[in-house]
Design a protein around this ligand. Structure first.
Ligand code: CU
Length: 171
């Protein structure tokens, strides 16, 4: 027997109230690994034939008193994941793999699109489309392994770091 319409309506109102109580819950997500707040892992969509992709974070905030290091990551959508940093060598943009990403105590890193840091998905097994979500396992020196869900979304132009030349992803 279907529920009476007042019940449906009440449930709907409860759901609406829940959403209103946490308006950001639908727009962002975060995780905690040890003392590190992992704020909103996201990835831009990739072209159909792309063999690489990138993962960014709104922030990685080490709220503890000790140095933490991100040692690496892995996921099912690519054969490997590397920690990359872009640097300018004269006019030439270079990308190098870091052995680890240092997260100094009390500091908040913002490895966002347009900035120099990202996780590189090497050997992408399928293109990333807006709305996709995939699991990514991060490995920290102190906190150990932590699985997060990466949201594939069109990066917003308005919240990039001060834009460097060639803010896209160049290899
Ligand atoms: Cu890269």
């Amino acid at each position: 027997m279907p529920p009476p319409s007042w019940m449906t309506r009440r449930r709907w109102l409860q759901a609406a109230a829940l959403c209103a109580a946490s308006p950001t819950a639908l727009l962002a997500h975060d995780y905690r690994a040890g003392k590190v707040l992992i704020d909103h892992p996201y990835a831009p969509p990739t072209p159909a034939a792309a063999s690489t992709g990138a993962v960014y974070f709104r922030a990685l905030h080490n709220q503890g008193n000790d140095l933490e290091r991100l040692l690496g990551a892995r996921c099912a959508v690519s054969t490997s994941v590397e920690i990359h940093q872009m640097t300018m060598d004269g006019d030439v943009m270079r990308m190098r793999a870091l052995p680890a990403l240092e997260l100094p105590p009390g500091q908040e890193l913002r490895p966002r699109h347009g900035g120099p840091l990202h996780l590189m998905l090497i050997g992408l097994r399928r293109p990333l489309s807006v709305g996709d979500r995939f699991a990514l396992e991060l490995e920290f020196e102190r906190a150990g392994r932590k699985e997060v869900i990466v949201w594939v979304q069109q990066p917003r132009a308005d919240r990039t770091e001060p834009s460097a030349p060639g803010t896209g992803h160049m290899h």
